[in-house]
Design a protein around this ligand. Structure first.
Ligand code: PLP
Length: 361
């Protein structure tokens, strides 16, 4: 490929492409910060940043926009190029949305076991799926495919932390702090999030430090994930023994975008607890949220329990990461839970007890 000799038409197209994304952003509203009532804990306020309300239904909408802008401004994407990503879920859905906006073909490299709803969501946004048998092979296959097609591999796991403007530009952290301004405790004591790419925790952690806020960052991590092991011992970089059932978070390998040094605390959460929390919270909010929101809620409940025991007052902010409609046939389906051997009943009771008496067991 000749990148150098005549890049004027290319620059025109890049200008057009960035303009399309900018116009889309200008048409968009910010996501809400929802207060979650906890009458049993009158001195602690809990909020959820509603990332399900993005046009593509998850926090990956922000990431996809940032990855496209980063690639365009780096001169990596040109008119007609095929865009490739290694993702079985929300990232591919959001990236397909932006690829279509720029009239670029989009291919998601996904494990063959990917749920039909996910494949349908990617196809609905105009993308197509390329299946691989071994889930661990998606990265190499995405790289190979992009090279073969003369396309571009967006590589969320490498670029998430650097494609996002961590100092501001209305990133998720800046938006949270602005929306907290009129609350009784405007500077959160804790912000709780999960880690998939690690991009969200990196952005929030850096933003809090940069602005000299006292806010601390907690990552809520599934049992099967390597992230909490790596956080405790940096020599551990892979986890064996299966995948978490919580989509979007917890990884078997430490991703390059995971920045452990900005994280102050890690809470390890059982998958059954995450799913139970997502179900109880969905009933309380009157709308369904995904499993990783449940993981976050468990960590928030533990932190709130500790704050109350220590006589502390303050606020905790976490993230409603994606829409639970995507999990109607899984987390919200008793038959699926039974088939997986997941018993949510004891955990649902614990989460209900937390809301009733303010203590998480
Ligand atoms: C990606 C994702 C996360 C984690 O966000 P990262 O910024 O990638 O660490 C949490 N929940 C859901 C549903 C996700 O898709």
């Amino acid at each position: 490929m000749d990148h150098g000799s005549n890049n004027a038409p290319c620059r025109d197209w890049v200008r057009w492409a960035i303009g399309r994304i900018d116009a889309d952003y200008t048409r968009s509203a910010d996501t809400h910060l929802i207060p979650v009532e906890m009458p049993a804990l009158p001195h602690i306020a809990l909020y959820l940043k509603d990332e399900a309300s993005h046009p593509t239904g998850s926090l990956k909408h922000r990431l996809a926009r940032s990855l496209f802008l980063y690639a365009l401004c780096n001169g990596w994407v040109r008119e007609g190029m095929t865009i490739v990503e290694a993702s079985s879920g929300s990232t591919a859905v959001s990236e397909a949305y932006f690829a279509r906006m720029l009239r670029l073909p989009f291919v998601a490299v996904v494990p063959r076991t990917t749920a039909q709803e996910k494949v349908a969501a990617i196809e609905f946004q105009g993308g197509r799926c390329h299946f691989v048998d071994d889930g661990g092979a998606v990265y190499a296959e995405a790289e190979r495919l992009a090279a073969d097609l003369g396309g571009h591999y967006l590589d969320q796991f490498t670029y998430a932390e650097r494609a996002t403007d961590w100092r501001g530009n209305n990133n998720i952290a800046e938006s949270i702090f602005q929306q907290m301004a009129r609350e009784p405790h405007p500077i959160p004591r804790w912000i709780v999030c999960g880690a998939g790419t690690g991009g969200t925790s990196a952005t929030i952690g850096r933003f809090a430090r940069y602005n000299r806020h006292a806010t601390r960052i907690c990552v809520a991590d599934p049992e099967a994930s390597v992230f909490h092991r790596h956080w405790a011992d940096r020599s551990v970089t892979v986890a064996t023994g299966g995948m978490s059932r919580i989509e979007g978070i917890g990884r078997p390998r430490v991703e390059p975008s995971f920045i452990p040094d900005v994280i102050d605390r890690v809470e390890v959460v059982d998958d059954a607890a995450s799913i139970a929390a997502a179900r109880v919270l969905s009933l309380r909010l009157g709308r369904r949220c995904g499993g990783s929101t449940g993981t976050n809620l468990i960590a928030c409940a533990r932190i709130a329990t500790g704050m109350a025991a220590a006589g502390e007052a303050g606020s905790i902010v976490s993230i409603l990461c994606d829409d639970g409609a995507r999990y109607a046939s899984t987390y919200f389906n008793d038959g699926w839970l039974a088939a997986c051997g997941i018993d949510v009943a004891p955990w649902e009771a614990k989460v209900q007890a937390f809301f009733a008496n303010g203590r998480m067991e």
